[in-house]
Design a protein around this ligand. Structure first.
Ligand SMILES: CC(C)(COP(=O)(O)OP(=O)(O)OC[C@H]1O[C@@H](n2cnc3c(N)ncnc32)[C@H](O)[C@@H]1OP(=O)(O)O)[C@@H](O)C(=O)NCCC(=O)NCCS
Length: 169
């Protein structure tokens, strides 16, 4: 059984090892993981099966902002395609809601079709891009998702921009 929980000091070595195998660039250093274990503005979640670390996800929050930023999600190669990435993302969204956040944002490499599919299937929409965002010069899509229920979303200006079909010819 795969369990998700807040990361702790005993996860640090495995987190650093997973980061090495999953990413070829823009890696988080072990001291950054250590920092995010206890940083008040971070939610670092791990997925464990017994002693194996199968994945992690990291959310950043900022004081005074209602927007959370999905900084990273990683799933070990052998555990992919079984819904774990989606579970980790959902856990970050729950953490964001618990802190009163109303929107999630993230960047994803334009050449990362798998991650883009994960986010889009979970309601994230492209709203911009960042040129040369990654170490190797790859561009990023910027994605966002409202955490508000649809009725409140309309009131605070998150309504979809597509026109109401009843008003078009
Ligand atoms: C992206 C990543 C986190 C997905 O993890 P995962 O556990 O395999 O994803 P899931 O099994 O939860 O899949 C969720 C959805 O994403 C989509 N998806 C995931 N990987 C995909 C792929 N390689 N190709 C196409 N779609 C993919 C699927 O459509 C799936 O939707 P569905 O279940 O409704 O069909 C994982 O592939 C990974 O760690 N990649 C390397 C690190 C990375 O790129 N992280 C994201 C950027 S920070």
């Amino acid at each position: 059984m795969v369990r998700l929980r807040r990361a702790a000091g005993r996860d640090l070595a495995a987190l650093a090892a997973l980061e090495q195998t999953v990413f070829s660039g823009d890696r988080m250093a072990p001291r950054q993981f250590r920092h995010h274990l206890s940083a008040p503005s971070s939610d670092l979640v791990v997925a464990r099966s017994g002693t194996d670390l199968l994945g992690y996800a990291l959310l950043f929050r900022r004081a005074g902002s209602r927007v959370g930023r999905v900084y990273s999600i990683a799933v070990a190669d052998a555990a992919r395609g079984q819904g774990l990435g989606a579970r980790l993302l959902q856990r970050l969204e729950s953490a964001a809601r618990a802190h009163g956040l109303t929107e999630m944002r993230l960047e994803v490499r334009k050449d990362n079709a798998g991650a883009l599919a994960l986010y889009q299937r979970r309601g994230y929409q492209i709203f911009g891009e960042r040129a040369g965002y990654y170490e190797d010069g790859c561009d990023a899509w910027r994605l966002a998702k409202s955490l508000l229920p649809p009725r409140r979303r309309a009131r605070v200006g998150h309504a979809p921009r597509t026109p109401d079909p009843r008003k078009t010819r």
